[in-house]
Write a protein that binds this ligand. Structure first.
Ligand code: BTN
Length: 343
């Protein structure tokens, strides 16, 4: 899609964000395009799963309006935590729609050697782990990727995805704790957990996922592309193809905090955690594993490409590998899908 078309669609979305009716003619005049062009853009918006109602004589409406991301609000919220502008990720790009923020970074990182965060309202080909799709309806959730170079080889990056997951889970727990006033879930504080290696869960329902793609440029330099998707206010009909239980963050926070504010805060905390990890290593994070793990000391089954092993989750190694105790023996896993064993 041409950049000028995306800009017009963006302008159209900002007008419809108020949830009121807008006539096709008014929209066409305001955007400086024909009514047919408005209609075509509305088709595109609908294909992003934005519900657009049309009533003859009144025009078009997005019922309930749209809560759009605001780049300056993200920046301000990030700076409130970091205190100064970001060192690791100085550039922030908010896109209306993209195939995948991960792909965008992969294509553009060479022109942003200083580090770039790409945030999108919609992804047409969002990617999850193990080649699964990541459902990305417009303005329903949070989708972002952080791209930067580090002066470390891939071998020195054990535990990286756990650092990202722990930082997100701990920050989300803080936000929930601050906004809580006896929600339907009762005391939700500290109940967001991390399932090794990088699923963020609330009561065994998936809240967020992390996709880490690292390319080793040399023995002492790597480019990291860290993608995060967080369910915010996704509707059941938008998530029909999601094949596991899931939950929205907006359900867990009582007060309505804008998505942009939450996003800014998450980015700031992620940057702090990553800086700490790059300078001090994984040890301190490994010590916090017990309190954040969704399955610590529980009966689990882990499926790898070679085998399925039943045992008890027994923490993590200093390099981020998962320990599973089977009888008196401890096995360690560097990859695999772990889940709660019911019997
Ligand atoms: C998972 O399977 O749990 C990981 C999901 C990661 C999704 C995010 S959304 C932003 C970034 N862009 C993508 O295409 N994927 C990641």
């Amino acid at each position: 899609m041409k950049q000028s078309t995306i800009e017009k669609i963006d302008a159209l979305l900002h007008r419809l964000a108020d949830g009121k009716f807008h006539s096709g003619q008014t929209l066409a005049t305001e955007l400086g395009i024909s009514r047919t062009a408005v209609w075509k853009m509305l088709q595109t918006i609908q294909s992003w799963e934005v519900p657009v109602y049309s009533i003859t004589g009144r025009g078009y409406q997005v019922p309930g309006g749209l809560n759009l991301l605001c780049a300056s609000q993200v920046e301000q919220s990030r700076e409130r935590v970091l205190g100064a502008s970001s060192q690791l990720l100085p550039r922030l790009k908010v896109l209306t729609s993209v195939s995948s923020t991960a792909d965008y970074l992969a294509q553009h990182w060479q022109s942003h050697l200083g580090g770039l965060v790409c945030i999108a309202e919609h992804q047409s080909q969002g990617r999850g782990r193990k080649g699964r799709p990541w459902i990305s309806p417009f303005a329903a959730n949070l989708y972002f990727s952080m791209g930067f170079r580090v002066p470390l080889g891939l071998g020195a990056l054990g535990g990286l995805s756990l650092v990202v997951g722990m930082s997100l889970a701990e920050t989300i727990n803080q936000i929930i704790g601050e906004t809580e006033n006896q929600s339907a879930h009762g005391n939700t504080q500290n109940q967001v957990k991390l399932k090794w290696p990088n699923d963020i869960l609330f009561e065994q329902r998936k809240l967020a996922g992390i996709l880490v793609e690292a390319s080793g440029e040399s023995q002492d330099a790597s480019f990291l592309n860290i993608g995060v998707g967080i369910n915010w206010n996704m509707q059941s009909e938008q998530a029909k193809s999601v094949d596991q239980p899931w939950v929205n963050l907006s359900e867990l926070t009582q007060k309505r905090i804008p998505r942009s504010v939450v996003l800014g805060r998450l980015l700031a905390r992620l940057e702090q955690s990553l800086n700490h990890y790059f300078s001090e290593g994984f040890q301190e994070f490994a010590q916090r594993w017990e309190s954040i793990s969704a399955l610590y000391r529980q009966n689990v089954v882990i499926h790898t490409a070679r085998e399925s092993v039943c045992g008890v989750e027994d923490g993590i190694e200093a390099n981020g590998a998962l320990r599973v105790k089977v009888g008196t023996k401890t096995h360690t896993f560097h990859s695999g899908e772990v889940s709660l064993r019911k019997n």
